[in-house]
Design a protein around this ligand. Sequence first.
Ligand code: SF4
Length: 287
Amino acid sequence: MSTEKKNILRIDASTLQVSDCARQVYLQNIQGYQPKRGNVNLVWGNAIHKGIAHWVLTRDKDTAIQRALDYYEKQELTYTHPVKDEISVEYVLNKYFIAYKEDSFAPLEANGKLAIELPFKIPFYATPKTDVILCGMMDAIGTESKPCFKDIKTSSSYNPNKYFTTYENSLQMMIYTWVIKHLGIYNYYLPVVIDGIFCSKSGIKMQRSAPIDYSPLVIDRMMDWARKRVAYITQCYETNDYPYNFSRCKHEYGTCTFIDHCKMQDAYQEQNLSGNFTQRTYDPTNF
Ligand code: SF4
């Protein structure tokens, strides 16, 4: 029996979402590069997530806000945003705490612990050389009129109901409901409720979606796609060949962060990475 240590690949929904470009998977996930200066929308959203998670667990407003601000203040940002500053982090969190003081969503409780901020790491695919772990972090599992899981989303959308329909085919949510069943927490695919925090120039709005159900047939087909994608990424990894796909650089959320890098001659790329990016271990269970 071989005693050679196997390589570990951590794959999450975000990695699968960009898997049309193996080069992006390589830079973002395998090498763990992220811009030295963070995207304000992402940083703001993470700060809100951190504050809410702390508040749901402790019901302590002040430390929840402090936790969110501590995170926000540590980040260097590419640009500021007229709405998404530190003042709005505190303002939005206070609004959320008032809106959900009497929350109709009740988190599941097991062994004295609430099912909030739940990391998962599941063996998903393997070759003789590589083990692939499917991982991520779920916001909460509980009940909202019926058993469901909850995902907090921040958005600039003006139309919450239209925004919620985008989750009817969400890869991330289908993976989460698959994980809940796979881990035996429920023996069927749970629906998701989206806890929407809408922040635009017209103001702040809190709105929660009705439970969104996923067909078992669709989930099974989606997970089949995910496995094939993972097999492709693993093959790129083992052959150290990550093709560029320039047809994926622009997408509905903007432009890929590596666009300048990818258009450079090879000789300049390393310098570009060390000048503009930091490198860390990609770990979706720790955002
Ligand atoms: S910029 Fe384009 S080619 Fe480069 S990693 Fe991003 S999607 Fe791929």
